[in-house]
Ligand binder design. Sequence first.
Ligand SMILES: [Zn+2]
Length: 193
Amino acid sequence: MSIEGQIAGIVFGLIFGMIIPRLPLLFFTRFLNLERGLSPHPDPIPVDVPLVQRMLLIRRIHMMGWVLAAFPLLLSIAIMRTSPEPFALGMFAGVIWFILSRLIPVNIQSGVGIMPMKLVRQVNNLRQPDPPCCNRPRPQWEVRKVRCRYCRTVILNKPRPDMGRIRSDGRLLGLFRILLMDGRSLYKSEEEE
Ligand SMILES: [Zn+2]
């Protein structure tokens, strides 16, 4: 095989290995109608039962990515055991990159993964802020933090991960953003800075 052919094989394998584990996230969050119950992107989402349910759903979708990652991982290992195919090598690297990007937490205290259970519980507890920020507490998740809609008190200093709403920047751009960021927020929470 020519050098060009080998490089093309590695690149195709890499793209394949990177996209397969992210398929559930790309598919379910972009093309299914998940719009019901939540305000349209990028509006703030009121902290209430629909938000908590959506967080659990997104968590499940991220888990499905792990199941799908096993397929290119095992396939590439099986191929490489018999012959060093460039495509298998690229695919292996792509899956390993997916695994590392998920396992290495941005901040160890906030839990592993993009939608850790700890975060879901934290947000669930905010439905009734204690102590209340004002006499009409109405927490809502903005892009960078959870704030009360009325008194603007910061209730939780965490940026909002992707909630599977169709993004205001359009389907295609939203798709690329999800592929690159895995649904993480572009912003860091201030406690990490
Ligand atoms: Zn308030």
